[in-house]
Design a protein. Sequence first.
Length: 320
Amino acid sequence: MKYSKIIGTGSYLPAKVLTNYDLEKIVDTSHDWIVSRSGIVERHIAADNEMASDLALQASRRAIEAAGIGADEIDLVIVATTSPDKMFPSTACILQDKLGIRNRGAAFDIQAVCGGFVYALNTADLYIRGGQARTALVVGAEVLSRMLDWTDRTTCVLFGDGAGAVILQASETPGIIAGKLHADGRHQNMLTADGNIRHGEIQGDPFIKMDGQAVFKFAVKVLSEVVEEVLAENNLQGSDISWLVPHQANIRIMEATAKKLGLSMDNVVVTVAHHGNTSSASIPLALDNAVRDGRIKPGQNILLEAVGGGFTWGAVLVRW
Ligand code: ACO
């Protein structure tokens, strides 16, 4: 088989909703400030007993059902997460077990922070096109609320928990047309959670720290560059893209990127208002939304793009 094709999508948000008005009671902020700077209205917070693999399980079941396959057909599980259940084993192995998939091909996590889903999708595509897998489950799942300092208003208002999943299967027709990944570790301190475990204790700051303005400028620059790169390599223009499905970090980053590319916001899938920045889960969450409400239709060109801590960034071009 020459290509891989997305044949099902699914997503899951935890039941507990935290609105901007709720946050006004926790830190010195306001609903209006958060909406005007980020576009976020509410975010979902995982229950104490919910781990990234539990969120991933719900999203995966929905994707499996939408694809009309059995879980036992899945021979590759990739979970993009920056908030895994444990240091090890991988959340992918835990998810594989929860789905009842027994010894069927590889299962591993990808850690590329908010760039994680495009990294995972690109990797799964290469596995399938290389003949090493036929049916892949690709998930982004995060419980970032546990890495937030709830006294730091510059970060705690921006993030939320959730999961999204796709089933990618070998196909004679496209499918995934192209993928492009980048990383530049020189920018590692712009967005970081430094903590690590040593001798049974956390060393360093375990909470998310971010230079917001630097991230903003960097994100708009590299997202525009990678989108232009993918379009040029495939002899396409912005007008050939039916839907841009960006990482849902911040409405202003999405607007600035769309403007640089000459794309109307009418062609950008935006769901950030309802779940905030869910890191690697945000693209499959937005994608599932637009697939289920009928915006995304067969034959359309869809462009997924993301940037995240590392820094990592990339784009995947899909013919639906
Ligand atoms: N509520 C009220 N006021 C706040 C808040 C808040 N939650 N947070 C910061 N402020 C204050 C600041 O203290 C500052 O006050 P001062 O002028 O008295 O010093 C003022 O608001 C302006 O602060 P700035 O940092 O200049 O605000 P800015 O307009 O840059 O918006 C933001 C901050 C939203 C973080 C912006 O920089 C941004 O969007 N950055 C991108 C970061 C992002 O989206 N990261 C997501 C993770 S990265 C990723 O996914 C790739």
